[in-house]
Design a protein around this ligand. Sequence first.
Ligand code: KG4
Ligand code: ZN
Length: 338
Amino acid sequence: MSLLILGIESSCDETGVALVRSTGADVPTLLAHALHSQIDMHQAYGGVVPELASRDHIRRVLPLTQAVMAESGHTLAEVDVVAYTRGPGLAGALLVGAGVACALGAALGKPVLGVHHLEGHLLSPFLSADPPEFPFVALLVSGGHTQLMRVDGVGRYEILGETIDDAAGEAFDKSAKLMGLSYPGGPALSRLAEQGDPLAFKLPRPLLHSGNLDFSFAGLKTAVMTQAKKLGDDLEARKADLAASTQAAIVDVLVKKSLTALRETGLQRIVVAGGVGANRLLREQLNAACAKQRVRVHYPELHLCTDNGAMIAMAAAMRLQSGQQQARCDYAFDVKPR
Ligand code: KG4
Ligand code: ZN
């Protein structure tokens, strides 16, 4: 049976819409997707302004949906299921996607399905030309989450370790802010780091030898702040070195803990997902370390690392295919910000 699934993502500062086809057996196929990033709008404020985010999602979501349908060559009437991000994320922003998805579902007489944002990230490598096979270790590194998981199949997730304070993306963003870099900090910091010396400053690698798979990045942020203060007027001249040292510390912890997770589970495959998965140094170091251990590494395509509608449509399709969840027609939507 073939199903057309429309996916809507609106949890934070990207409005994403996509259409996938699920045939029941194979990995679902992405037919079309469209994305609008609000980064330019929030940049002036140094971070996401929730109210502005919600209003912009409202402006963008239907034109993006029309663009996706036009690109796919299908009509809305042909859509079988409308999926949306149910959470976590900004409440008002989530309500836009949920509201529009349920209104579309009700108007078309089609069922809707709420998707967990992190499951979207987790399954996003299945959108690539070389999708992974279960089971695998997953390193989920986004702006709000940092987790290592054992993934045995759709919906079969075991958390092996997670951050006890800040997420990896947060460590990038907050350190970047301390250095006066633009929002979002991750890409800005990693760009600056290309020109710096990663050994210039000795920064902590929190919980590196903790014996478990948990992470902690709050202490690193404090160390970066202390170092920035110490540099005073010299900060500007040494910024690239501080950025490179910060990035090296974050990546070092992510890579070493990932290798420990692989060793402990005995698995030979790792999937990296979430915005920080776009980081070049992380990819380089993880690829090199995994090549030595004959471990396969899978990433989402670079443009699908950060938030997008394709991963939401994909996660919905895979959930429906696995028979673990059914789309519903009650349209009594709720969102789960946390
Ligand atoms: O997955 P995502 O788009 O949104 C959340 O679900 O949080 O991740 C956003 C995070 C931000 O913290 C951003 O700074 C970080 O991913 N990020 C990066 C890079 N690109 C995005 N961090 C490091 N290097 C990058 N190239
Ligand atoms: Zn995300």
